[in-house]
Every structure is written in structure tokens, then in C-alpha cells.
Design a protein around this ligand. Sequence first.
Ligand code: SAM
Length: 451
Amino acid sequence: MTRSRVWHRAPKPEAPSQGLAARRAATILVDGVLRRKQPLDEQLEAEGGPLVALDARDRSLARAIAGISLRRIGSLRAILDQLLAKGLPGGGSGPLEAMLITGAAQILFLDVPDHAAVSLAVDQAQAHRATKPFAPLVNAMLRNVARQKDEFVPILSDPSRDVPRWLQTRRVKAYGADIAQAVAAAERSEAALDISVKGDPGHWAQVLGGIVMPTGTVRVADAGVVPELPGFAEGDWWVQDAAAALPAALFTDIAGKRIADLCAAPGGKTAQLAAHGASVTALDRSRRRLQRLEENMTRLGFSVEAVAADAGDWNGGQFEGVLLDAPCSATGTIRRHPDVALLKEEKDIAALAGHQARLLDAAADHVAPGGTLVYATCSLEREEGEDQIAAFLARDSRFARRPVTAQEVGAWAEIVTNEGDIRTLPSHFPHENPRLSGLDGFFASRLVRSS
Ligand SMILES: C[S@@+](CC[C@H](N)C(=O)[O-])C[C@H]1O[C@@H](n2cnc3c(N)ncnc32)[C@H](O)[C@@H]1O
């Protein structure tokens, strides 16, 4: 039987007695998302977080295990369900489910010997009071996963299994069944490192071993540790998904103009505006995130005005350009943040859309007559994109769309809608190397104020 498995690169495995710390950390991360509903990035950035005591190699292994476990959680749960006729004992006491999920993920998707994955999961179960009684079950289950790999091919080959049902249903409704399935398939691959560069993209593609995308983003597969790459410390480039680089690029001739970036941190789009010579006021409600923006601007050598304020009630006056990269469900970024699929709920969409509408109205008042307003979200939900702009244009007659043309985005017609907005999908930019494929799902619209 042909295997449909894709091996994800993990650091070379060690002897089974080693590597327990990395497995334990991965289990804590996955358990944090599943039971405590804590975002992965928040756990990774937290003081004293699970990776703190690990060396670089174990950190990278723990991240790889947690990442693939969350990315393929629907398939992994289906396989465990098939093996566990009566469900998880005790409804899954403590981190039992996370131990099984991370163990099975190593067996099915990572280049880790089966016996190491099984025995390290059993060691973890034995070391934890809540799971100790179930150590024999962990052993039996994971041995069965290893033994029956080929029987799971039908489960593993349906990408929609890894998308929560409510989200898949919405996608089918918004984009049709084929595109929804292509998006789910694209989300199975880990995203590449995308960077925006100050200088010549061709030069940096050569230095970093990457490719140049139609819009000038440099894309690198398997880049390694970002701060150690050439040009990072020197401030020659910054990390930014190719789709995330599109909204700020919709402002034209901004050298010397005043632009307000209203939801700015950590500053990817602020950096683009500054790189094009704009005088940028970067606003964010979160002081912690604004501090990161300031650190990023210092590294890049850009001088911007950073303001900690709520964009909904800020009295900052008028600008020639306003960018509103609004807080959103982030359902376009699941390739990069697989935990989003597990942490968001359908009811969040309407609440976020209401918040975005209020921010959009506030942003509109900061645009001087003749000025440009760019609205963007990294969501695939129409309520946060196309519908939001349709409703705004219907209620604010001062604004009209200035349609984006394919020429403005590297002749990439696929990402421009009939109305002249940008709509990218994770299934865009297919490449023979899956690690170089895909885009974050973004929406962006460019509006101009007449009076
Ligand atoms: C999508 S992120 C921005 C990403 C950023 N534009 C970039 O390119 O790096 C949204 C940001 O909006 C901020 N935010 C959320 N609600 C806000 C509000 N009412 N006023 C100002 N900032 C807000 C969040 O703190 C978060 O940093």
C-alpha cells in the first residue's frame, strides 16, 4: 500500500532514554491549548514557560511535536477514537489526551523511531499522578498506532478532518467545496519563513537560499533560528508573511506623508510604511506589544511615533493615510498558528465583526479629505472582510473604493477580487516544494475619502 504520510523534519532523535524533557514540554504545550485554551505563542513567550529549561535542540523538537500535534489534531483524535472503543478513561484525566496525541503525532508524522515515541510517552504517563494508572493504556495504544499505521491512511488523507466542523462548513459556504478542501490541504504544511527586505530581494534570496515571490517577499524553507540568520541583527529585513505585506503596499507615493497605523504592533506594516519614507504614527492598545514594535523599529533603524491608545477613542487628528489592520479571528493564519483552529469559536466571528465596524468608523474620521484608508484582516471570514467593507461603504458616503489592479501586486491577478480588493487564500501560491507553498489568508480594501 502506498503511504500518504509526509515526514516533517524534526531534529535527529536521540537514544530513547533521552529527549524526555522535549516530549514533556510538547505535552504541556498541547495540553495548554486543549484544556486551558491558552494560545501557543502566549505559552512560548510566558516567563518560566515550558521551553525555558531546554537546550536549542530540545526546544526545536518540542515545538515540532506540539506544532504537528495541533495541526493534525482532527486526524489524531479520529485515530485514537478508533482505537479506544469506550473513549478516554475518566473523560481524559489530566494531560492524558495530550500525551497520546503527541505520542501518536511522532509515530505518524515525525522522523522519530516508534519505540522512542512509545516509551517516552509511557515515561511521561508514569511520572504524572493523574495519568500514572493509565501508563499501560498509553503503552498499548501507541504500540497499536505504530503497528496499524497503514490502516489509518483513509483518515489521514482527508484534510478537512483537521478543520473544526463549524469552520469547514463556513468555508464551503463562502468559497465552495473545492476551495475549502484546498485550503484545508494547504494548512497541513508548515509555513515557510517569509521576509520583507529593505534592499534587493534577489540579493537576500541568494544569501538565505530562498525564492523571490511576485510581490517581492523573500521566502525561505527550513530557515533555522531567525535571529542567527545573516542580515537580521543588522536590521536588513523583518519577518512578514507574503500576504501580510500586501495591505501596506496599497498606499502609493507616501514618502514624506503622515500615515497612522492604528493597530500596529508588532510593526510589520509600520516597517513597510517607514521603509517607503512615510512619517508613521504607530498606535496599539497593548503596551507589551507596542514595546515589541519599538524594539523592532530600533533593530531596523526606523524612527516612528509609537502611541499606546485605543484606536476606538483616540484623538490623534487627521492623516493623509490610515491603515487599520484590525484585530480579527485570524482564521487565515492557521498554517502558522494551528492553535487558532482550536481556540476560536463560531460566536467569536460576529463579536469581532462588530468590534471591527466600530474601529473602521473611528479610523475613517482620522482620514483627511483626499486621503486613503486601507482596511485589512488576516481572516477568511467574509464578515471580517468583504461584508465589512460593503456595510461601511453603504453607511459612509464620504468614502469610495480605489480598486487594486493586478499590476500593483506583481501581476498576480488571482489575489485581486472583481471589486478590486485583495483576497488571499492559504491555497494560493502552490509550489512543488510544499514548504514553499501557500499564503496567509488576508483581506484588504483600499478606500479614498472625497470630502
Ligand atoms: C492583527 S494585529 C496587528 C499586526 C500589525 N499590524 C503588524 O503588521 O505587525 C492587531 C493589533 O491590534 C491591536 N488592537 C486590538 N484592539 C485595538 C484597539 N481597540 N486599539 C488599538 N489597537 C488594538 C492588538 O493589540 C494587536 O497588536
